[in-house]
Design a protein around this ligand. Sequence first.
Ligand SMILES: [Zn+2]
Length: 489
Amino acid sequence: MGRVGKLTTTHGEVTTPTLMPVINPSDVILTPAEMRQEFGAELVITNAYLTLRHFGEEAAKLKIHGILNYDGPVMTDSGGYQILRYGGVEVSPEEIVRYQDAIAPDIATILDVPTGIHVTKKRAAETVRVTLERARQAVKLRSNPDVMWCGPVQGGLFSDLVEESARETGKLDYQLHAIGSPVELLEGYRYVELVDLVMAAKQNLPLQRPVHLFGAGHPMMLALAVVMGCDLFDSAAYVLYARDERYLTSEGTLHLEELSCFPCECPVCVSTSPEKLRGTPDEERVKLLAKHNLHVTFGELRRIRQAIVEGRLWEHVQFRCRAHPRLLEGFRELLKYGDFIERFDPVTKPSAFYYSGEESGRRPEVLRHARRLEDRYEPPTRPILAIMPALEREPQELEQERTHLVRIVPPFGVIPEELDEVYPLRQFQELGEPDPEQIRTAAEALSRYLQRYRERYEQVLLFNDKRKWGNLLVKTCTPVKEKLKVIQL
Ligand SMILES: [Zn+2]
């Protein structure tokens, strides 16, 4: 579901997935122009509510681009986050829609009511209802054709509410959607719930519209979010963390205090040392740490994009999710949505399938092969079935004309000889000694195959590799034991 996209805005094109650095209009640490020049940021985000509070009608004259002194794409958030943090904002939903039309960002957001994660179901349903009502009303109020609008999805931890919110908002005239309420889940490393939240939304939103995951921007979780089909991220983390002397990496967060050298290739880390940085005056230190944090985040996004182009995103997520047990749990939760994800996975890819841990056995390619074999496959009419483990060389003595050869290959299961050139059945790198779990799954696939087609064959030849398979395949062939001949390799 991860994708590289082009988002065309009034002020230029944006390649997704991307991070929108948060710019506080009244307290700028790094200007949007610096963001673009130094880090390759293509889209920045600022807050329309804070802009209204600080600049009022002046911003309507100068437009948001004038206030930020920037001519690239800008998104505005509406103040929903301030509601979540401080319980309310002093502006009406109509006012904030009109104000955003007046200050003319490239992308604007309606004033939603964030659900959060500490509410009863009744209250959560109320936030969904009010957000939806405001989304409908905003469609009628909008007047500036240069502004694209983002329709937020709410519902928090209640999947049925998230589904309803996504389905109903998706029917309205919005160009993008945002998934609300992940911030507290991210702060608490609650990735299992995050995955359920995002998937509840993604399965019900129009898939061609970009999706913004509100408040997410830590490099360690970006790959997991992208593989679920999130396209836009925003984060103030680069500067909030910097103020706290926290140092972002793609594997987690470190503290300046505990660093003896910088595990990073960015210009900041190459030009200084943790010791020197600790002795640098506050303001300068925050700026340098913020720069490192942005470098590492954009670097991770570039790696993710390249992985998508190469067809290796799944493998990249597998590596990243090894960084923390909670992330790995989140990834395993995502495997439960395999059937849905498989529909979006390209049938062929420019790269080989690398087995890189037990989650590889549940990759979309593996699910697809098993499903298609059940739904679409019909074996040729030949009297002898020859079963070969893995990719062992075919024995010479087989009577080619009368024999149908199938291979038992973990993690794919049964591969009939006619299909073995189909991607990725030949284009994959497995372990010399497959994991026991994979061996079991492959044997189960053989068992299903035999149940279905055993009547077709007069004889079954099993070439058994005892060192790897023990007696498992012989046992699996019990239902055809009268026709079975076992040849030990
Ligand atoms: Zn660095």
